[in-house]
Design a protein around this ligand. Structure first.
Ligand SMILES: Cc1ncc(COP(=O)(O)O)c(C=O)c1O
Length: 385
């Protein structure tokens, strides 16, 4: 039977591939998938204890999201992100922020349009762009994985519709300074482009790095789209809750998309999200100290390896290793799993073609397991290249 050409050209998702190799090698420790090790706050689980007892629990709800959740999000955006939703923005809840990204593209782009992604990119964004028959335009970042504003400017054409920034970044961990994000936003103003700002890791910054939300820039309301997720901050990966802040003018288009593929965000997870937001970001921030210790240890262990270049970055829970080898990254990952029982993600998934890169995620393991996993990785890399 026929399979669409467009979808055939989309890269095969890497996480299930590495996941299967991992499952086939029992005892493998994962420095692969980008998840946190902690569960949602107790308040999230508490909030759904009596779910199902009200008739409305079983009905379609608002496509924008549950009114109380929207209120809490609005308050959070005002207090933490300095985004004022009363001034030209709308909030829409989605089943995770990957969905928000795809929905946004459906609303702003036509086939053949171009979307600029700083390189390395988050693979699902590149996949979403290709799925819609648009063209991802990858623009290399600098030696510290920071944005190159001149290169971004040079990549703009008549067909460009948006520039995407992910800060803190997956896969590099880079946190873009306020000035750089303002420069991108300004570029978008000048060229009539959307600035799509993915802030899934907004709380995950270390040392002196500070998160900045471009949606807070005055006069940014007409062209700035901000994406948020509860998956990382609140240990909500399976619950599928995210939200976007969009220019008001995009609302009718996004309502068409939402109505067609989700109708309304699932109510039970919205109640859980209400519980989580009532606890608030302090939940994630207290976990961050533990994560910072793991990050420091993993980095020190890996730095001892010769032939491995690690650029120190200050966000998310990722480290990107560049290996001084001719070896194929995917093959290397396969061998690391089968021979050394440790999983990481190959750089090719993030568009990195100029060498052998591996993404190490240290968010999912406790300190002891992370240390063992890193030891296996060091051992494996010492032997494999
Ligand atoms: C940059 C970025 N955005 C979005 C997501 C997905 O978030 P969600 O679980 O809300 O769809 C991820 C997950 O790894 C991510 O790294």
């Amino acid at each position: 039977m026929h399979i669409g050409r467009t979808i055939s050209a989309v890269q095969t998702p890497i996480i299930p591939i590495v996941g299967e190799w991992t499952r086939n090698t029992p005892g493998t420790l994962s420095l692969g998938q980008g998840m946190v090790s902690y569960p949602p706050p107790a308040s999230a689980l508490q909030a759904i204890l009596d779910f199902g007892s009200r008739p409305a629990d079983h009905l379609y709800g608002s496509p924008l999201g549950h009114p109380h959740l929207l209120e809490l999000i609005e308050e959070k955006l005002r207090g933490e992100n300095k985004i004022d939703c009363k001034s030209g923005y709308q909030i829409m809840v989605t089943a995770g922020s990957n969905m928000a990204f795809l929905n946004v593209l459906l609303a702003i782009a036509d086939p053949d349009d171009e979307i600029i992604l700083p390189l390395p990119y988050y693979f699902n964004q590149e996949m979403a762009i290709r799925m819609l028959n648009c063209t991802p335009v990858a623009v290399p970042t600098d030696a510290h994985y920071q944005l190159n504003i001149d290169a971004l400017r040079a990549a703009i054409t008549e067909k460009t519709r948006a520039i995407v920034t992910v800060s803190p970044n997956n896969p590099s961990g880079a946190v873009y300074p306020e000035a750089a994000l303002r420069a991108v936003n300004q570029l978008c103003t000048e060229h009539g482009l959307y600035h799509i700002s993915d802030e899934a890791y907004e709380y995950f910054t270390y040392s002196v790095a500070r998160h900045f939300s471009p949606g807070s820039i005055s006069e940014a309301q007409q062209h700035t789209i901000s994406l948020y997720s509860l998956s990382k901050a609140y240990g909500f990966a399976s619950w599928r809750i995210g939200y976007m802040v969009i220019p008001e003018a995009l609302l009718p288009s996004l309502l068409k998309v939402q109505d067609t593929n989700l109708i309304c965000p699932p109510l039970i997870t919205q109640y859980a999200a209400i519980g989580a937001l009532e606890t608030g970001s302090s939940y994630c921030k207290t976990r961050l100290q533990e994560l910072a210790i793991i990050r420091a240890k993993v980095t020190t262990q890996l730095q001892a390896l010769s032939g491995v270049n690690i650029i120190a970055t200050e966000g998310a829970f990722y480290l990107l290793l560049k290996l001084d080898t001719e070896k194929n990254d995917l093959e290397l990952v396969k061998s690391l799993i089968s021979d050394f029982k440790v999983a990481v993600i190959p750089g090719c998934a993030f568009g990195l073609q100029d060498g052998c890169y591996l993404r190490v995620s240290y968010g999912m393991l406790d300190a002891g397991a992370a240390s063992i996993a890193t030891h296996r990785l060091v051992n494996g890399l010492e032997r494999l290249f």
